[in-house]
Design a protein around this ligand. Sequence first.
Ligand code: SAM
Length: 206
Amino acid sequence: MPKLSKSSKAWLNEHVNDPYVHRTQKDGYRARAAYKLLEINEKDKIIQAGTVLADLGSAPGSWSQVAAKLVGARGKVFALDILPMQPIDGVDFIQGDFRDNEVLAQFEQLLGGRALDLVICDMAPNMAGNAVIDQTRSYYLCELALAFAADHLKTGGTFLVKVFQGAGFQAFQAAMREQFATVQTRKPDASRNRSSELYLLGRNKR
Ligand SMILES: C[S@@+](CC[C@H](N)C(=O)[O-])C[C@H]1O[C@@H](n2cnc3c(N)ncnc32)[C@H](O)[C@@H]1O
């Protein structure tokens, strides 16, 4: 058996002992990220029966699985990702970059003139391994997701977005405050402590 590096051993150890990884398999979710959304929703009730929402950066699909169950037959889930995603009942999936005009046009056609109640965004850019570049890319994506939310949410709508603490955080939070009456931070237990990831929840779109 090949020798594992210290960091691989640490990761494997954490993964094997992670209660969320065990629950993920038992509950049939595609990723442990499901529990981050479930936890936020438990507290904030952003997804309810009848909610119409878009899931940006949806693959492999655990947030869409959670959302589809919660919105039920009266609601609707639109999911977008550059990567392919296995079908989920009740989810309309578009494969492509949400920044592409063609992808946006496809999405707007499916939306059929409706406004969204909610946009959830768990996107992460391809990491270059350079902290400055990765942080800049990440906030660039967040800014574009915020613009997407501003364009497609109804007045009073909600936006949940993953961000990384560090450079760019304050400026992005301020940009969120321009669009939403309240902006709160959320760090669900399922989000690993050592990760700088955090969720911003904007409510009551102006
Ligand atoms: C952390 S994963 C999302 C996990 C998902 N929430 C789940 O529960 O299964 C981030 C996703 O963002 C997608 N992504 C990154 N940039 C994107 C873009 N410009 N347009 C669409 N999807 C993008 C990636 O392909 C990746 O699948």
